[in-house]
Write a protein that binds this ligand. Structure first.
Ligand code: FAD
Ligand code: MG
Length: 390
């Protein structure tokens, strides 16, 4: 057939054309002869082969055209377990896009990846400014905003202290007072110079180091949520190492129940759950990363003013907010600030709520929190709205 059409449009006839015409005629003759003999084994197997090929083709077409819903996907990224649940709207391609985005953020903002923007900034500390990716600049700028807002309790220049205590190199240890005193001058966040014109970041002191461990995971949750929404997802749970976003409404229109980790128990044991509409829930606490020495727990959230893990009576602070980047930064900030200053900071932000869990197993919440306590060894203390006293 192809040959013939080409002839219609192309006038130059050749010997080869005559030859092929001959073949065709022969084929026609033989086919005519064969057609009459359906029982001819060649025909039968040719027929079944055709049928089989058609079947395989149609089957593949149907499989390719409708991706099987994938309810949930778990992966390790950002050094933690990431679980994305898109329910019956889950598709392989969307999960791939979400996890690729998380990996991109990891490659830009991880202190453990030598080629990341953060590692490059740290490598040129005290030497020269480093131009970084727009979004790394955006997250650093937001981190500096929170450092300013809470006078350095939240501190993105905390890197040298995190390394000294070994929380970002798998070698946790208690440093000497002398070592801590040598590092404290290096964690001054005011020595972070930002140039929005060029998206450049300069750490003015030698051996300074940024660490976005308290804010970048939240940013990754927001980005995963943005991609899910862009793909038309209307209901999802995005959980990156405990930084959570619940998207849309549950099928039965009831509120989402998000469990609150019991800080004194293994992962997964809860003290109760929050009942919330679409929002982000992020917790900072002593149980996320810690080591025990001589019976004492040393965790990964530091008091920048003295260089030691925070010890202010709190076990964890949970923030409920519209976006995860802010919730992540605020959970660490409120934890470091302590209950009074932390509560005042959160109450100064209308759309943000908080749950404070104390070492004495009491719980205090800001107005509007819907908390159901299931572990009766914990007790909620209510603040009187009139006297603002307990
Ligand atoms: P948060 O309470 O939100 O923050 C605590 C973290 O912030 C600390 O771990 C420290 O990094 C930093 N910090 C401590 N004190 C302060 C302070 N006063 N102000 C500001 N920041 C402070 N972990 C791994 O084991 N392997 C990895 O490969 C790895 N890669 C990562 C890549 C990225 C981009 C990020 C963001 C984190 C990565 N982590 C990795 C760390 C891991 O995900 C941590 O568990 C996480 O960062 C701590 O989360 P959190 O919510 O418990 O802590
Ligand atoms: Mg945080």
């Amino acid at each position: 057939m192809g040959c013939k059409q080409r002839i219609k449009f192309n006038h130059r006839v050749s010997q080869s054309y005559m030859f092929s015409l001959k073949i065709l005629q022969n084929l026609k003759v033989s086919r005519a002869a064969n057609n009459h003999n359906v029982l001819n084994p060649n025909n039968k197997c040719r027929l079944s082969l055709c049928v089989l090929l058609c079947f395989i083709f149609i089957y593949n077409l149907s499989v390719l055209s409708c991706e099987r819903p994938e309810y949930s996907r778990i992966n390790v990224a950002l050094g933690t377990v990431c679980t994305v649940t898109l329910f019956d709207q889950g598709k392989n391609s969307i999960y791939n896009d979400i996890f690729n985005r998380i990996r991109e953020i990891e490659n830009l903002m991880s202190v453990r990846i030598p080629t990341s923007d953060i590692s490059r900034i740290n490598a040129f500390a005290g030497i020269e400014p480093v131009q970084v990716h727009e979004e790394t600049f955006k997250v650093i700028k937001r981190a500096v905003y929170y450092a300013e807002l809470c006078s350095g309790a939240f501190n993105p220049a905390i890197g040298p202290l995190v390394s000294l205590w070994g929380f970002n190199n798998e070698n946790p240890r208690i440093p000497s007072q002398k070592e801590i005193d040598e590092v404290l001058p290096l964690i001054n966040w005011r020595n972070i110079e930002l140039d929005p014109e060029t998206n450049s970041v300069f750490l003015t002191q030698y051996n300074m180091a940024l660490d976005l461990g308290a804010i970048a995971k939240g940013y990754a949750v927001d980005e995963a949520t943005r991609i899910a929404k862009k793909a038309g997802i209307t209901r999802a749970i995005i959980d990156l190492g405990g930084d959570i976003m619940v998207l849309g409404e549950k099928k039965d229109k009831t509120l989402w129940n998000v469990g609150l980790q019991n800080p004194d128990e293994e992962q997964g044991f809860t003290i109760g759950y929050l009942q919330i509409p679409e929002s982000s829930v992020v917790t900072s606490g002593v149980y996320e990363r810690f080591f025990i020495e001589e019976g004492k727990r040393y965790h990964h959230i530091f008091q920048p003013s003295d260089g030691y893990p925070v010890n202010n009576g709190l076990l964890s602070v949970t923030i409920i907010a519209n976006n995860s980047m802010d919730a992540d930064a605020l959970s660490t900030a409120a934890f470091v600030l302590g209950y009074e200053k932390g509560r005042a900071l959160i109450e100064s932000m209308p759309s943000v709520k908080a749950v404070f869990i104390f070492q004495d197993r009491t719980i205090r919440t800001t107005p509007g929190v819907n908390l159901v306590i299931t572990d009766k060894s914990f007790k909620e203390i209510y603040l009187s709205r009139v006297t603002m006293t307990e």
